[in-house]
Design a protein around this ligand. Structure first.
Ligand code: LLP
Length: 444
């Protein structure tokens, strides 16, 4: 299929230049948004989220037992959760905070999965109390702990076992997870020991299937069929050895997005077709019952919908060197360039003579030389007060944002049909000190 899917666009699907010559998203003029809400500002386009959800549903319509679980870690706010809930997605969560947020957004907790390599006693306990549908158990320690907590509560925890499939993908090493020496999951040689424990000792655990996740920002299509092959083979081996019919597999997330023109992520339709064909293949080959299949996309669901607006401030021309243009945000609202050397595209949002351009380095406002948002980018000559729009910031920006330099986290607005709504308030100076305590002896 040749149709592009939403993750293959750099910009939100509603992006235009309006009659005033300003950029607009979701029918909202970005310069007006910057004026009204201040900058830095995260802007999320609802139409783009709904568009990628539609792509995912179309991609997997030939496999009715496919369950889309949005990986909340990419961007977890109550409003975004509510939209994805309306779209019929379930949720992959990794902390009490994410579980609490999806609960707060009114999600049926049976559609929630709890992942993670070191879930605490309190988190497992809260997840059981909230009725989280599945636990993806990562290691022996967690298996014992979950059984103990469930037995105290008189409950049964429904689980998948997370395995390390031994597949390497070509992405940044920090976001690879499926290779054999990973911190996540059971090695395949440890699966039998886990199953023996579940069958013979852990009476408060019910095993439904297997889970794997290979990595993130993946462009290779072949790894999903490879992963399905490994999971299906393992399920059939377990059936032969234990007579245990596991009927769920979780293939994780990872589909990439297009941050820059050089990025060529596959479409949801292409991977959908590959995955569905492979599933039919392995069901026949291994003679296993048609499994319910979970997929946990995060970045590809939310990244393209988001942009960040900044205001241009100071600039500096190094004699015979770089021209730095500084914006009012940077590594605290988007740590990805400094953490992963991630690349982004930017465009000036206000009406400007687009013909006069120059090569600049966009510098953040934080006190670190590494705080460079985009190096060597050609943009129209920028001046103080210009509004800059950085694309594809929906995923892993706000969710990894910090208060470095004691700077308040930006607000987030949702745009749709020419309306804008604040979905995360900008932090205030009072918010920054709200958790501070001055011991009495130090009070003046
Ligand atoms: N499932 C599991 C078990 C995961 O660990 C992850 C991501 C996902 C699903 C979602 O993967 P996605 O579809 O978003 O690629 N902070 C990094 C990304 C870390 C991803 C961690 N796990 C970044 O900014 O690139």
């Amino acid at each position: 299929m040749n149709t592009l899917s939403t993750n293959q666009y750099i910009k939100p699907v509603t992006t235009i230049r309006n009659f005033e010559g300003n950029l607009a998203i979701g029918g909202c003029d970005l310069v007006s948004l910057a004026d009204k809400y201040g900058t830095p500002l995260y802007v999320i386009d609802e139409a783009t989220i709904r568009s990628i959800c539609h792509d995912y549903k179309t991609a997997f319509e030939k496999y009715p037992k496919m369950r889309m679980m949005y990986a909340s870690k990419a961007l977890c706010t109550s409003a975004v959760t509510a939209i994805l809930n309306e779209e019929g997605f379930g949720f992959d969560t990794v902390s009490a905070g994410e579980i609490y947020t999806v609960h707060n957004a009114g999600v049926d907790m049976g559609k929630v999965l709890f992942n993670g390599n070191n879930k605490s006693y309190d988190e497992l306990s809260l997840a059981l109390d909230f009725g989280v549908g599945r636990f993806s158990v990562d290691n022996f320690f967690e298996l014992a702990l979950l059984n103990e907590i469930a037995s105290v509560k008189g409950k049964v925890a429904d689980i998948l076992l997370r395995i390390t499939p031994g597949i390497e993908c070509h992405t940044h090493e920090y976001i690879q997870t499926g290779h054999l020496d990973s911190k996540f999951g059971f090695d395949l040689t440890q699966v039998d020991e886990a199953i023996d424990l579940i069958l013979n000792e852990y009476k408060n655990i019910k095993l439904h299937g297997l889970h794997a996740h290979i990595g993130s920002q993946i462009f290779e299509t072949g790894i999903y069929p490879d992963e399905i092959e490994i999971l299906a083979k393992e399920i059939s081996r377990i059936d032969r050895k234990y007579g245990l019919k596991l009927d769920e597999i979780n293939i994780g997330g990872g589909l990439g997005v297009k941050y820059t023109e050089e990025d060529v992520p596959p479409s949801t339709f292409e991977i959908g077709e590959l995955i569905v064909n492979k599933l039919h293949d392995v069901i026949e080959k291994y003679n296993i019952p048609e499994p319910t299949v979970f997929i946990e996309p995060g970045r590809s669901v939310i990244s393209t919908s988001g942009v960040t607006l900044y205001t241009v401030g100071s600039s500096k021309q190094v004699p015979h060197g770089t021209k730095y243009v500084a914006i009012d945000g940077g590594m605290a609202d988007n740590p990805r360039p400094s953490m992963y050397q991630a690349k982004y595209c930017a465009e000036i949002a206000n009406n400007k003579d687009l013909a006069k351009d120059e090569m600049v380095t966009l510098a953040g406002r934080f006190c670190e030389s590494g705080d460079i948002l985009i190096g060597n980018v050609v943009l129209p000559e920028l001046a103080e007060g210009d509004v800059l729009c950085v694309y594809n910031t929906g995923a892993y920006n706000y969710s990894m944002a910090s208060n470095y330099n004691r700077v308040q986290k930006p607000a987030m607005v949702l745009v749709r049909d020419s309306q804008s709504e604040v979905i995360v308030k900008r932090e205030s100076l009072e918010d920054l000190v709200a958790h501070d305590i001055i011991p009495d002896r130090l009070k003046k």
